[in-house]
Design a protein around this ligand. Sequence first.
Ligand code: HXC
Length: 262
Amino acid sequence: MINDNNHEDILVSQIDTGVLTITLNRPKFYNALRNNALKEIADVLTSAEKDNNIKVIIITGGEKVFAAGADIKEMNQLNVVGLLNDNRPVFWNKIANCSKPIIAVVNGFALGAGCELMMHCDIVIAGDNAQIGQPEINLGIIPGAGGTQRLLRTVGKSMAMQMVLSGEFINAEQAKNFGLVSEITLPELSYHRALKLAKVIANKSPIAVRLAKESLLYAYESTLAAGLAAERKAFILLAATDDRTEGITAFIEKRQPIFKGQ
Ligand code: HXC
């Protein structure tokens, strides 16, 4: 069971059909992401991949804090060999490779690994209390889970340099202006907004959603020509699905489509 809540660092719930919610649950430590938290998230996502009833995943830390970074005390125990053998990158890869859409609901601090977790998600809804940053430089280190790469690709060179080199936080408005966040709400409304959006996506064809996500993320990895070719192949592949026939037929018959993921 995915939502058996047999977890130490997260809570998992499936309130609505099709939407699984992962809530980071170490509020005393500002949801600092120790290895176990990432392992639990990765494990839940791996199970969610196999469950056809789950269409969209929401990751939140609640209304006060998203995550204040890697657990600094845990990180302090690892020397260079410990970091070399650390399985954290395996967990990050599982999160990055999740084929289903992930919506982050970000309130309060999203710092260091918290900001990196946010950037692993596909859509970010932020509360107006969000404070986002990569403050690793204050610890004499640098981001280690995509914080230099994903941040620069999203906000551009100058802002990425400013955030990573100074460690200063940006607010929700700035994050939205720089494309890190798609919408800002009141903190108490952020989860509801994400849930509404998740339900909209959950009603689409899951195959089209999967290939759309894959094509969009390909833009990070490839040249424009390679990205366009990959998009075209995915577009053509969808012609073999019942969902495409249903979607187009429903439009012509002026009714709502019923997608079955076939
Ligand atoms: C472990 C943390 C923590 C963290 C907060 N806490 N952040 N514990 N790791 N990243 C704990 C504090 O020790 C404290 O516990 C409690 O949470 C509340 O924090 P306070 O500092 O008392 O709260 P406040 O004064 O409100 O300040 C909030 C804060 C500050 C600005 C978020 O806690 C802070 O600067 N935290 C560290 C942020 C950071 O540097 N993140 C990057 C981490 S490195 P106690 O028990 O003392 O009360 C990283 C590397 C990624 O993420 C690399 C990937 C491999």
